[in-house]
Design a protein around this ligand. Sequence first.
Ligand SMILES: C[S@@+](CC[C@H](N)C(=O)[O-])C[C@H]1O[C@@H](n2cnc3c(N)ncnc32)[C@H](O)[C@@H]1O
Length: 278
Amino acid sequence: MANWSVTPENFQFVAKLLHEQCGLVLESGKEYLVASRLTPLAQKHQAGSVDLWIERVRDGRVNNMAPEIIEAMVTTETSFFRDLHPFETLKKFVLPELIERRGAERRLNIWCAASSSGQEPYSVAMLLHEYFPGLSTWRVNLAATDLSHAMLERARAGRYSQLEVNRGLPTPLLLKWFRQEGAFWCIDDRLRKAVDFAPINLTRPWPSMPMWDLIFLRNVMIYFDNEIKRSILERVERVLRPDGYLLLGGAETTLNLSDAFYRVESLPAGFYRRKSSR
Ligand SMILES: C[S@@+](CC[C@H](N)C(=O)[O-])C[C@H]1O[C@@H](n2cnc3c(N)ncnc32)[C@H](O)[C@@H]1O
């Protein structure tokens, strides 16, 4: 079973499936990734090897495996207050400005697209509760979506290992917002209920949604090709309020992909706005 590669045909099959179903690009050289991430699935389905199992899927001897393959192949790396700077900037500049602009409506719509196991939206929820208590009387819609049902389930449960809470979560916030249950830390219900988790595959048609004041689209576009990045940014433009903010990951940009956005150079970290807001 411990064969850390797959045949070119099996690799191509998995790469095509991932690209067609969720836009992920798997370049050649990543055969080891297919082997290591699909081996547990092959074992679960009692195949003699990962290659034998992919062959069974390819020739239709086992059906409906695409969702399991996708779940196994996506990279779900995340952490609380990931990269720190974006959250500092949110606290100091972006949220105070948005709150002032929306003072008459008393409503704020925030979307974490590709939220993985929930650390990103829960970091936002903590920030809002800690530093903007006045929002408790506003209608704050904090939505978090992901392609992976397994990640959404984990996120909804709000239950994290010691290792996960050690990454990025300051101890005072851990002690204030989590309770220990055995080896795990469970997030306070006030935060858990503050986030609305739902499945959205960014490469498929999006459901109807409100216009967002702030969109987190971090560390997911890096896995897509330019055509898919362009089509996602086109749709982001349509659902971001003209004076709203888009936050991308450290290795992501709208440059050469969309003319609709400009990077807010005065803010550290990757905050973008619609050009029409200038
Ligand atoms: C590396 S994690 C990033 C999590 C979080 N945004 C962060 O920056 O920490 C990437 C997430 O994107 C999700 N993802 C991958 N392809 C997607 C797609 N086509 N639509 C929606 N989510 C997708 C994965 O399931 C995974 O949870």
